[in-house]
Design a protein around this ligand. Structure first.
Ligand SMILES: NC(=O)c1ccc[n+]([C@@H]2O[C@H](COP(=O)([O-])OP(=O)(O)OC[C@H]3O[C@@H](n4cnc5c(N)ncnc54)[C@H](OP(=O)(O)O)[C@@H]3O)[C@@H](O)[C@H]2O)c1
Length: 377
């Protein structure tokens, strides 16, 4: 039963019914007098009232229906407005590819949060997205980045335990408070077991939060070969040298585009990936000698792996002005490779994307121009 319609109908009926009675009664009396017989006044009035009630009730019903529709529509509108997908690190290995993928898809509201938002503002705006200034280490920039958030792509630049404590964990709490429901987080292999890795703390905080999460534990990105911060591209292009302190260890290089493709799936379909850890690797575990051979083929000039020690590596990068935090982080990653801890291969990329992950040769076939053009990212 539609109670609001009935109530509205009854009120209108009562309001109109009283004057109606007053109006009809003298006429009935006159009719009775003239015809010398008794008229059944009440059924007549009731009939008239019913006739008047019917449209009132109908109006009540329509009013209720319109109100309900407006409530549903406003809820939907609010939902669309609040469904803000926020991408941190949009210029990084995975973030840049993810931003490209999001730009090429028609989707709801989304935003990149970057220390240099002006660099991607036009491209993002063309696909309906926003670009805001954001720094993990400047909490005054957080609220603009988190406004209306529902999904978060979280990336921890240059992870360190102090940064985890002072910036990333508080930022995660701020996201939760701002209404974030799902977080896709880029992590590393072994973060579940090794408590000293900063990623471990972030993962644990996510698991304990009220938000759902997808953790992408990624192997080594192929894109590191031409990141300006690594300076590997300089060594490869200028000296024909792969200058990485990884000994004879093997690495399951992954193309960041594959990791980004998985991230998009997890962000746009959180229900299918909620509270899940994916282990993302490329299809093969390669030694640095094998990487140098592939580079030689695709660059058309000899590249050799010179197997530097950690101090030599650190010294050269320091002379180039690379910060100690970056050198320390890279040294830790390459030491794990040296120890054989970066070589597991999983089938997660193929399972999730329905196609095999790109090989290093696939990657170099369409990215080797970067070395010739010194186009570092
Ligand atoms: N590299 C790998 O092979 C690899 C493999 C597995 C997992 N991971 C993990 O992935 C994460 C990212 O590593 P990555 O090497 O891919 O990094 P990256 O490509 O260098 O990306 C770092 C991103 O973070 C942004 N950023 C830096 N400092 C920031 C700050 N204070 N506030 C806001 N944004 C900031 C940078 O943007 P701007 O400089 O433009 O502001 C950049 O977009 C790390 O947690 C790493 O452990 C890396």
């Amino acid at each position: 039963m539609n109670v609001p319609a009935l109530v509205l109908g009854a009120i209108l009926g009562a309001v109109i019914g009283a004057p109606l009675r007053a109006l009809v009664r003298p006429h009935i009396a006159w009719l009775e007098k003239r015809s010398r017989r008794t008229w059944k006044v009440d059924p007549l009035i009731q009939h008239c009232e019913c006739v008047l009630h019917a449209p009132n009730i109908a109006v009540g019903y329509i009013g209720t229906l319109v109100t309900a529709c407006m409530m549903v529509l406003s809820k939907v509108a609010c939902g669309v407005e609040r469904r803000m997908l926020v991408v941190t690190g949009p210029s990084g290995n995975v973030g840049a590819e993810l931003t490209d993928l999001l730009c090429s898809r028609t989707m709801g509201s989304w935003r990149v949060a970057s220390r240099r938002p002006e660099l991607m503002a036009d491209r993002v705006a063309a696909s309906g997205g926003q670009s805001v200034r954001f720094d993990f280490f400047d909490s005054s920039t957080w609220s603009a980045a988190l406004e209306g958030i529902r999904e978060l792509f979280l990336l921890f630049p240059l992870p360190g335990n102090k940064a985890a404590r002072t910036a990333i964990l508080p930022f995660l709490q701020a996201a939760e408070k701002a209404g974030c429901r799902h977080v896709v987080y880029v992590s590393v292999f072994g973060a579940d077991k090794a408590g000293f890795i900063p990623h471990h703390k972030i993962e644990q905080a996510l698991f304990k939060s009220s938000m759902t999460w997808t953790v992408l534990r990624c192997s080594f990105f192929m894109q590191n070969l031409f990141r300006s911060i690594s300076t590997h591209g300089e060594d490869i292009a200028r000296r024909g040298e792969l200058f990485i302190p990884a000994g004879n260890g093997r690495t399951t290089f992954i193309d960041a585009r594959d990791a980004a493709a998985v991230a998009v799936e997890a962000l746009l379909h959180p229900g299918r990936h909620h509270n899940t850890v994916h282990h993302l690797t490329g299809p093969a575990a390669l030694t640095m000698n094998e990487v140098a051979e592939s580079l030689s083929v695709h660059l058309g000039s000899a590249v050799s792996y010179t197997k530097p020690s950690l101090p030599r590596f650190a010294g050269r990068l320091r002379r180039r002005g690379v910060g100690w935090d970056s050198i320390g982080f890279m040294s830790a990653v390459y030491s794990l490779t040296r120890l054989g801890l970066n070589q597991p291969i999983t089938g997660d990329v193929e399972r999730l994307l329905g196609r095999p992950p790109r090989t290093l040769d696939d990657f170099l076939a369409d990215q080797s121009w970067r070395f010739a053009g010194r186009s570092w990212t």
